[in-house]
Structures are given as structure tokens and as C-alpha cells.
Design a protein around this ligand. Structure first.
Ligand SMILES: C[S@@+](CC[C@H](N)C(=O)[O-])C[C@H]1O[C@@H](n2cnc3c(N)ncnc32)[C@H](O)[C@@H]1O
Length: 295
């Protein structure tokens, strides 16, 4: 049985990096008229109550989204992501209508959207959504919020194994987010195996992999292993916010590795990463890395 629940971590520094990059890639995908398929191999519950018991227990969002929430000086790309999270915090009224976020308005931070909700905000009516979530409770929550749409399919199944059935999509355009919990050390190898197979089937797909920066050799080696299987271009960004605890453990940062990234992404990240380092730092040595192999 899986012990990991994303509700404990929702909105932390790792979600900020992951979702900020996701927003920019989704926006890029929407620039072309042709519909595409979004595949979330580890979707989570889709949204989280920050005042709920689980999020309050660790309150990781306080060192993440909370540090960005009401800052008036956000760089435009950070403001774009924060605005989407703010819109998610506007609950539909009794009439079911979603209120509009007025300029200058900052709702209280009570909810944090998971990757499926962020994607839903930016997918068009004709784009397809495929979500895998192994935890039965989270999969049920997803189904309750996303089901009943012919463009959306939700699988309470293993996303590593399910990916190959989703690529290549028809029409042949797609974006995959692979965001495992790495609760089991075998996940690192499964990321590589699943992507190796997927890029053979669909070399032109855009693949985004999140990984934790922790004191494990598997985590340190993952970017190099991903570079080796990328058919053409790739981009790697890592944000380090803290140092390991006394016993040498802890999530000190995280990275995103993108296969076939939008050509615009490198310049966008160069613009925002210094701000994220400054804003999310928990020690003096906070830093970032961006490296890329253009296609
Ligand atoms: C880091 S969370 C996902 C968060 C989500 N992508 C987001 O950004 O909001 C990882 C999720 O993967 C689920 N999970 C773990 N192993 C899985 C597997 N093999 N296939 C699908 N889901 C899995 C966990 O239950 C957890 O909800």
C-alpha cells in the first residue's frame, strides 16, 4: 500500500518549480491550433486543502507558494503561475459560476491546485487529458472532479506501465508529465525504463520529469541518465533551497528535466530562477542550475 500522500507537500517549493514550468510548457503547447494529448502519469488528487489536517501537519506550503502569494513584485512568468493558483482559490458561487479574479485582488490562500487542475485551466476544449493515479482515494477524488468529459480519461493504474498505451497520441502531438513520489527507490529506474520506451514510440513528444534533490545516488544520477535517452534536445533546471538536516536527509530542492522543451523555455527560466532562489531560499547557499542541449 502506498504511504505517500501529496496533500502533505502541496504548494511546497518543489510544487512551485514544477508547476511554474508546467504552466509555461502548457502555454507554449496552446500556441498551435492543433489539439494535443496531456498525460499525467502520477496525477495525485488534483487539488488540496491547505487548511486540511494533512497540509497543516507539515505546512510545507508556507515555505513555497505562501512566500509568493501577495508579493507585488513578481516577475511576469511567476505572476502568471500565481494568478492561476489564485483563480483556483476562487470557489464557484451557489449558481455554479466561477467568479473572475479582479485586478489587484488577492484571495486568501486556502487551496492548492495539483497538476491536473493547472492543466485543466490551460487545455483547450479539443485537447485530451489522460491521468494515472495509483492511490484509490486520490483516484476517486480525481474521478469526482474530472470525470464525465469525453476528452478526459482517468486510470486507477500504474502510470509507468500505462504510458506506453498513450503514446503516440492521435493526433500526433503530446505532453507528458511524469511526477512520481520516489517513495520506492525503484521509481528512479522505472522513470528511465518508461521514458526509454515512450521516446521510441513517440520521439517528438514533450516529456517533463520531476525529481527530488535528496541525498541519494539515484537522484544525483537521474539527470545524466535522462540526457542519455533524450533523442534530440533537452533542458534541465534545478532549484536548491536548503541543506540536508542533521542526519543527512531531507528534500533540499528539486529538478525538472524536459525532453524536447519549447525553444522559449531556457530564456524564460533564466529570467525567473534568480527570483525563485531569492524568494524560496532557506539558507545562504540556495542556488539554481539550468543546462540545455538545443535540438
Ligand atoms: C508527487 S505526487 C503527484 C502530484 C501531482 N503530479 C501534482 O503535481 O499535483 C505522486 C503521486 O503518484 C501516485 N503514485 C505512486 N506510484 C504510482 C504509480 N506507479 N502510478 C501512478 N501513480 C502513482 C501517488 O499516490 C501520488 O499521488
Amino acid at each position: 500500500m502506498l504511504a505517500y500522500r501529496h496533500a502533505f507537500h502541496a504548494g511546497n517549493h518543489a510544487d512551485v518549480l514544477k508547476h511554474l514550468v508546467l504552466v509555461q510548457v502548457l502555454r507554449y503547447m496552446a500556441e498551435k491550433d492543433k489539439p494535443y494529448r496531456y498525460v499525467d502519469t502520477h496525477a495525485g488528487a488534483g487539488g488540496y486543502l491547505l487548511k486540511g489536517q494533512q497540509a497543516q501537519k507539515t505546512a510545507e506550503y508556507r515555505e513555497g507558494i505562501n512566500r509568493l502569494w501577495s508579493r507585488p513584485d513578481l516577475p511576469p512568468l511567476v505572476a502568471d503561475y500565481v494568478r492561476l493558483v489564485q483563480e483556483f482559490n476562487l470557489q464557484p458561487g451557489e449558481d455554479g459560476v466561477q467568479p473572475v479574479l479582479e485586478k489587484g485582488m488577492t484571495p486568501p490562500l486556502a487551496l492548492y491546485p495539483g497538476s491536473p487542475s493547472i492543466a485543466r485551466q490551460l487545455l483547450r476544449r479539443t485537447d485530451q487529458m489522460r491521468m494515472f493515479e495509483l492511490h484509490p482515494t486520490d483516484a476517486r477524488t480525481l474521478a469526482a472532479h474530472f470525470g464525465g468529459n469525453k476528452h478526459v480519461q482517468i486510470f486507477n493504474e500504474d502510470g509507468f506501465a500505462g504510458l506506453k498505451g498513450q503514446v503516440p497520441p492521435n493526433p500526433r502531438r503530446g505532453l507528458v508529465l511524469m511526477d512520481p513520489s520516489y517513495e520506492l527507490v525503484g521509481d528512479y529506474g522505472k522513470v528511465i525504463a518508461a521514458l526509454r520506451e515512450a521516446v521510441v514510440r513517440f520521439a517528438e513528444g514533450v516529456y517533463m520529469v520531476w525529481y527530488p534533490q535528496v541525498s541519494r545516488v539515484e537522484s544525483a544520477q537521474l539527470p545524466k541518465r535522462l540526457m542519455a535517452l533524450s533523442p534530440k534536445g533537452w533542458l534541465h533546471v534545478r532549484l536548491t533551497v536548503s541543506q540536508p538536516g542533521e542526519r543527512g536527509f531531507g528534500l533540499t530542492g528539486s529538478g525538472m528535466f524536459i525532453i524536447n522543451p519549447p525553444w522559449t523555455l531556457h530564456a524564460q527560466l533564466k529570467e525567473v530562477m534568480p527570483f525563485l532562489v531569492e524568494t524560496l531560499a532557506q539558507f545562504d547557499g540556495a542556488s539554481y542550475v539550468i543546462e540545455e542541449q538545443p535540438a
